[in-house]
Design a protein around this ligand. Structure first.
Ligand code: HEC
Ligand code: HEC
Length: 365
């Protein structure tokens, strides 16, 4: 059912100390340039080990640089400790888990449409689901981070998230005996440094692979069947949605404007590229577990899938960068009647991966 993808070789700590002294963007670029994943398909099938990263049969190859950071049980467990630890934030009040909750596929809970950080400071965007990050080429709604290892730096330092410096985080870890012991066991280091902490966090997030929904089992021919309504929805989805929400990750990772606004307080992709042609464009989100990741869109403006479908059918507003797929001869959007909307929603529900959502592997210890 799964093909194994086993990792080798480590990046030396020297590499990391070198990149810490150059600007952040240069770091990202270096990592991308050196990130040609070495993928060894010839490895024999390993016995079922929950701590091995596996590529589901219906998924593409991962983008994460596992050759620099192979997943181990110890590294994963250390990443989990960090993920659930509020002491990482400035005032000890906010952990990664405050905004990324397993029951909602590691998106935020509907209670927080926009993310809420230290001192209840409000963020500007809806926290996305963290599933299948190992297959993503870029991160955030605007693609502002290009390597998974660097995402936590933003979370730690953003004043409306954890509002802490990475230097303080490292100092706090070094002052905590359980971390000293664990980092020594896992990475064989006496002094904890940022790159090792980031690697541990990535080991935890990379293992959040959601690929066992009813849809997956149907696609892989594992004895699952879809109802007539779900199949009708699938065929409509392929016709009308899969040009952007494509493949089994349900995104082509492009940045598009799907007609939410005419003017843009949050300019999206333009914040990264400064291109006028990118104003109002946001990354096409994956729709896995979308039944549970409400509210929807970067701005969290819709609370139900019905509202999302109403938007696509008849709610779009014009702007200079709206995707040309939505520009019809008479109106904007994708014409859909009520039955078609219902069928598409029924299909989207088949993307819910209950096994992942309840997987004890990710539970706080
Ligand atoms: C205060 C809420 C909050 C906290 C705390 C937080 N995040 Fe996030 N996270 C977000 C938001 C909001 C985004 C989307 C940011 C954007 O698009 O600008 C995000 C995005 C991400 C992404 C990229 C997802 C994607 O689809 O591109 C990853 C990975 C991630 N966070 C991991 C973490 C980790 C690891 C931690 C802990 C170190 C953490 N987050 C802490 C709110 C939070
Ligand atoms: C031209 C590309 C494109 C097409 C076609 C498209 N979408 Fe989207 N979709 C997007 C983008 C971009 C976003 C995110 C927009 C934002 O937040 O600003 C999005 C967001 C969504 C979301 C919200 C997901 C979340 O996590 O917030 C859902 C649900 C969705 N689309 C479903 C559909 C369905 C169903 C169809 C077909 C009827 C469809 N989309 C067609 C580009 C597209």
């Amino acid at each position: 059912m799964y093909s194994n993808w086993i990792m080798s070789t480590s990046r030396s700590p020297l590499f990391w100390s070198a990149i810490r002294s150059v600007p952040y963007w240069a770091c990202c670029l270096m990592v991308i340039l050196s990130a040609c994943g070495s993928n060894d398909d010839d490895q024999p099938e390993a016995p079922i080990d929950r701590y091995v990263f596996r590529v589901p049969e219906n998924f593409p190859e991962p983008t994460y640089t596992f050759d620099n950071n192979p997943v181990t049980k110890g590294g994963f467990e250390l990443g989990k400790m960090l993920f659930y630890d509020p002491n990482i934030s400035r005032d000890g009040s906010v952990s990664c888990n405050n905004c990324h909750i397993q029951a909602t596929a590691f998106a935020d809970s509907p209670v927080h449409p926009l993310s809420v950080g230290v001192e209840n400071r409000l963020g500007i965007r809806n926290a996305p689901s963290l599933v299948n990050m190992a297959f993503f080429p870029e991160f955030f709604w605007d693609g502002g981070v290009t390597h998974l290892d660097f995402v936590p730096i933003n979370a730690i330092e953003a004043e409306f998230e954890m509002d802490e410096t990475v230097e303080n985080v490292v100092a706090k870890l070094n002052a905590t005996e359980k971390y000293k012991t664990k980092f020594r066991e896992v990475f064989d280091i006496e002094e904890i440094t940022l790159p090792y902490a980031l690697h541990a966090l990535s080991q935890f997030t990379c293992m959040m692979v959601s690929a066992n929904s009813r849809y997956d089992r149907y696609i892989r021919g594992e004895g699952e069947s879809l109802s007539a309504l779900e199949l009708e929805g699938r065929s409509l989805f392929q016709d009308k949605c899969a040009s952007c929400h494509s493949g089994d990750l349900f995104t082509d990772f492009s940045y598009r404007n799907n007609g939410l606004d005419s003017t843009f307080a949050d300019t999206g992709r333009n914040r990264i590229t400064s291109l006028e042609s990118d104003i109002g464009k946001f990354r096409v989100p994956s729709l896995r577990n979308v039944e549970l990741t409400s509210p929807y869109m970067h701005s969290a403006r819709f609370s139900t899938l019905e509202e999302v479908l109403d938007h696509y059918a008849s709610g779009m507003v014009p702007s200079a960068t709206i995707d040309e797929q939505f520009v019809g001869s008479e109106s904007l959007g994708i014409p859909l009647d009520t039955d078609e909307k219902d069928a598409i929603i029924a299909f989207l529900y088949t993307l819910t991966d209950t096994e992942f959502l309840q997987d004890t592997l990710f539970f706080r210890n």
